[in-house]
Design a protein around this ligand. Structure first.
Ligand SMILES: Nc1ncnc2c1ncn2[C@@H]1O[C@H](COP(=O)(O)OP(=O)(O)OP(=O)(O)O)[C@@H](O)[C@H]1O
Ligand SMILES: Nc1nc2c(ncn2[C@@H]2O[C@H](COP(=O)(O)O)[C@@H](O)[C@H]2O)c(=O)[nH]1
Length: 298
């Protein structure tokens, strides 16, 4: 090899080694083995090290529950260009990013919850987020409710709901089989069977209830250790779009649900956490992170 060729080979080896080192830092953050704040401190102390050379975009997306959509929102809010590397941030950008992560990580350190209630206004995407969790986190029990409403096309008995008539629902209430129940949208009754929830919790498993806001309040009274999550729409217009786009309600039923939604949105302060459902996968991950399941830690 002549000298320029030797230089090229050496440079390419160095580039591969640097890429590997950055990938190792990202993997350690994603696995929860390295605290992102420590990574930032190292990056600022050694701007040319693996941490310093990490792009802010890849640094943020390696943090659990920050996906691409949320990362772009954070970068915009903090006024950081996507081309920036951690080591190349200006003083004010560093401070903004550090403070943002400090607040976010401190808010995320409460004790793990075994019982999480996911509530929110109609069509915000509770069912969609819950289904995503069912498909991707089989270690979380998704409670199957009983309801007096008729099945919609595609809904499966025992998976979507237990579809029961009024007499059977009365019996379940009278015999104390329901952890909570409510008449939702002034139309049908829905309730959470107590048995499977108690059994899963007793076995040390995590349980998710996807129920309405009245139900969330009842669960809080019955089981104060439950953690209540309010799923927010990105905007009111998007909520209306989702309800209309779903096309499962008549125009008058949609109007009724939107009236209820206005009242429900005002109850957000009663909840322990808010999650904005802009992206289904990211919202689902945020909910699962509260449970600190094995999968969430990954
Ligand atoms: N992040 C998202 N982005 C775009 N569309 C979404 C998102 N999440 C859910 N949707 C869509 O919004 C509509 C309403 O979702 P879903 O039925 O899950 O809402 P819900 O909160 O369970 O409603 P309800 O309380 O009325 O049963 C569906 O068509 C779904 O595909
Ligand atoms: N209080 C409860 N609310 C429940 C339960 N299961 C579902 N729901 C809520 O009902 C509405 C309407 O659901 P849909 O499937 O008819 O669109 C929605 O807000 C659900 O979250 C329950 O067991 N208890």
């Amino acid at each position: 090899m002549n000298p320029p060729e030797v230089d090229r080979v050496a440079a390419s080896r160095a580039a591969v080694a640097a890429r590997r080192a950055r990938a190792a830092v990202k993997a350690a953050i994603a696995a929860g083995e390295r605290n992102p704040l420590d990574v930032m401190r190292t990056a600022f102390a050694e701007p040319l090290g693996a941490e310093g050379k990490l792009r802010v975009t890849e640094f943020l997306t390696s943090i659990p529950a920050i996906g691409v959509t949320k990362m772009h929102r954070i970068m915009d809010d903090l006024g950081i260009s996507p081309a920036k590397r951690l080591g190349g941030l200006g003083k004010h950008q560093r401070e903004r990013l550090y403070d943002f992560l400090y607040d976010r990580l401190s808010a995320r350190t409460p004790a793990p919850a075994r019982l999480v209630v996911l509530a929110g206004p109609t069509a915000v995407g509770k069912g969609t987020v819950a289904n995503h969790i069912r498909e991707n986190h089989p270690d979380v029990l998704l409670s199957v409710s009983a309801t007096t409403r008729a099945p919609r096309p595609g809904e499966v008995e025992g998976v979507s709901y237990y579809f029961v008539d009024d007499a059977e629902f009365d019996r379940m209430v009278e015999e104390g089989e329901l952890l909570e129940w409510a008449t939702v949208h002034n139309a049908h009754r829905y309730g959470t069977p107590r048995g499977p929830v108690d059994a899963a919790l007793a076995a040390g498993n995590s349980v998710l209830l996807e129920i309405d806001i009245q139900g969330a309040r009842s669960v809080r009274r019955a089981m104060p250790e439950a953690r209540l999550v309010f799923l927010q729409p990105p905007s009111w217009e998007e909520l209306v779009r989702r309800l209309v786009g779903r096309g499962t309600e008549t125009a008058s039923e949609q109007a009724r649900r939107l009236e209820t939604a206005k009242v429900e949105l005002a109850s957000v302060d009663e909840f322990d956490f808010q999650v904005v459902n802009s992206d289904v996968g990211e919202a689902a991950q945020e909910v699962v992170d509260l449970m600190k399941t094995r999968k969430a830690k990954r």
